[in-house]
Design a protein around this ligand. Structure first.
Ligand SMILES: [Mg+2]
Length: 356
């Protein structure tokens, strides 16, 4: 954990209003805010299979369960409150005032070169992976030249367009109540991801829950992502190997072999490759939830998403479908008698059939 980054947010939290809100506003069914309109639509490939997985997860209890999730566009939103694009962790840094114009142009050129390769479905995974490493290392080589301090990443986040999905507070609070290990596995930047959560956990927007959630974050949440190396407080290099969209599995099982110990896993991601972060042979039940955020632009991916994930949430929705699933599954452990969670919302009709 990065202490100087944490210290920055601890310090800022004493000044009221110094940290903006980082959680998307609640969807409002009556006065529909057309930018943040919905919890998303839920699609389930095979209700019986999902019901079986959930029964098994429930039977083995929360002590055998953990969560592996992507960060960019999975825990965060694709769309910002103004209806325009939200940031990713990379973009937040790249577009920040800490990166001079010349470097922005150079990283943009890398994007032009490698994004085409990233989308090329005909390329062998090993070849694609080699290109992704070149791309990521290229970016990091440029970023390192800036000699950023840890606190600078905090300021990047404060001025960013990063936005966590509505329901993140409930999601963390369920993780805390059930004492679930939560791994945030990202090809982005650890410092930015951590600063994003520190900001959200120090600005009062989670109310009375804040302290408990901070404890959970320190105790049970691990960010497995790219990280800078510091000397005398300045970034001088980055940790290798880099983690990118295609090598998450290798990275996480090498970094933290204890991931193998819990046999049942919920994984969450927003691209097809995210599903490969889990090594299925190490686990019993893997429940897979995919976010296909922009259904209009990516309708062609829907059949493949439905094949890959058990549950697909479309429409840049909230995390409430996941929270609903966790609450239903562990209702007894959580001592929940009646789950009032937007049960009247159309999105939850589909998911309720699993528990019927
Ligand atoms: Mg992502």
């Amino acid at each position: 954990m990065s202490h100087s980054l944490l210290d920055l947010f601890r310090h800022l939290s004493k000044q009221k209003g110094a940290i903006r809100n980082f959680i998307a506003p609640a969807p409002c069914p009556v006065l529909k805010n057309f930018h943040i309109s919905d919890h998303g639509d839920i699609h389930i490939r095979d209700c019986q299979e999902v019901a079986h997985k959930i029964r098994e997860i429930k039977r083995q209890g929360s002590q055998n369960f953990q969560i592996l999730t992507d960060y960019d566009q999975t825990l965060t939103k694709t769309g910002y409150v103004d209806g325009k694009k939200a940031d990713s962790s990379f973009k937040a840094l790249q577009d920040s005032t800490f990166i001079p114009h010349e470097i922005k142009t150079l990283t943009r050129a890398l994007y032009e070169k490698y994004h085409k390769i990233e989308l090329d479905l005909t390329l062998h995974p090993d070849e694609k992976s080699a290109h992704m490493i070149d791309w990521w290392e290229g970016n990091f080589n440029y970023f390192v030249q800036m000699g950023l301090k840890q606190e600078d990443h905090g300021n990047v986040v404060l001025n960013s367009r990063l936005l966590l999905r509505y329901g993140i507070q409930d999601f963390l609070s369920l993780g805390s109540k059930l004492d679930l290990p939560l791994y945030i596995v990202s090809g982005g930047i650890s410092e930015i991801i951590e600063a994003n959560f520190y900001a959200m956990l120090h600005n009062g927007e989670t109310g009375e829950a804040e302290e408990g959630l901070r404890e959970y974050w320190e105790k049970r949440v691990q960010v497995l992502s790219n990280r800078f190396i510091y000397e005398n407080g300045q970034g001088i290099d980055y940790v290798r190997p880099v983690i990118h969209i295609l090598n998450k599995q290798q990275f996480i099982y090498d970094t933290d072999p204890s991931i193998k110990f819990r046999k049942n896993v919920l994984i969450m991601g927003d691209i097809l490759e995210d599903v490969q972060m889990v090594r299925e042979s190490e686990h019993d039940i893997v429940l897979k939830v995919g976010f296909l955020n922009d259904l209009e632009a990516n309708a062609h991916l829907m059949p493949e998403f439905m094949k890959t994930y058990d549950i697909v949430v479309t429409g840049d929705g909230s995390l409430q479908p996941i929270n609903f699933l966790l609450k239903q599954t562990f209702a007894e452990e959580l001592k929940l008698e009646d789950i009032h969670l937007h049960q009247d919302h159309k999105s939850f009709e589909t998911i309720k059939t699993v528990f019927a």
